[in-house]
Design a protein around this ligand. Structure first.
Ligand SMILES: [Zn+2]
Length: 161
């Protein structure tokens, strides 16, 4: 049978607000500010979900988990990611690899990347070596640089045997 490989892309933004827990890549990053959202506002998990759903042509995260639904208020985004991986598996798709970038002025993301990879690998049931997480500031430019928000991008490959 022919091997089917598809690519997907995700982009997301959340506002940063003082005093909120800052969930990023499945872990809580110690900081004065956290991301605002209907769920736990984990921007990295959200872009991975969107990239995976996009690769399978299964709409986006808001389509499956509405931000109007009280069921998802404050929900741990790891649960959403687990469900997305399950939805893809039902269609016969496995994750090939994930590459992502977090855009954040502060705090530094790099020291937390190993813990994020360990966490996300466990949630998705894939090796850490298939998950790349990168981080950049925007050199104090724009809403990220002014510390008003956090953005992230992800691309993925999914494979159907
Ligand atoms: Zn989001």
């Amino acid at each position: 049978m022919k091997l089917k490989i598809r690519t997907g892309f995700g982009y997301d933004v959340h506002q940063l607000k003082e005093g909120l827990d800052f969930w990023l890549g499945g872990i809580r990053v110690p900081h004065t500010h956290g991301a605002l959202g209907h769920s736990d506002a984990d921007v990295l998990i959200h872009v991975i979900c969107d990239a995976l759903l996009g690769a399978a042509n299964m709409r986006d995260i808001g389509f499956h988990f509405s931000d109007k639904d009280p069921k998802y208020k404050g929900i741990d985004s790891k649960l959403l990611l687990k469900e997305v991986v399950h939805l893809l598996a039902l269609e016969g798709y496995e994750i090939g690899n994930i590459d992502s970038t977090v855009c954040l002025q502060e705090p530094k993301v790099n020291p937390h990347i190993p813990a994020m990879k360990t966490c996300l690998a466990e949630v998705m049931g894939i090796p850490e070596t298939d998950i790349s997480i990168k981080a950049t500031t925007t050199e104090h430019l724009g809403f990220v640089g002014k510390k008003e928000g956090v953005a992230a991008y992800a691309t993925v490959l999914i494979v159907k045997q």
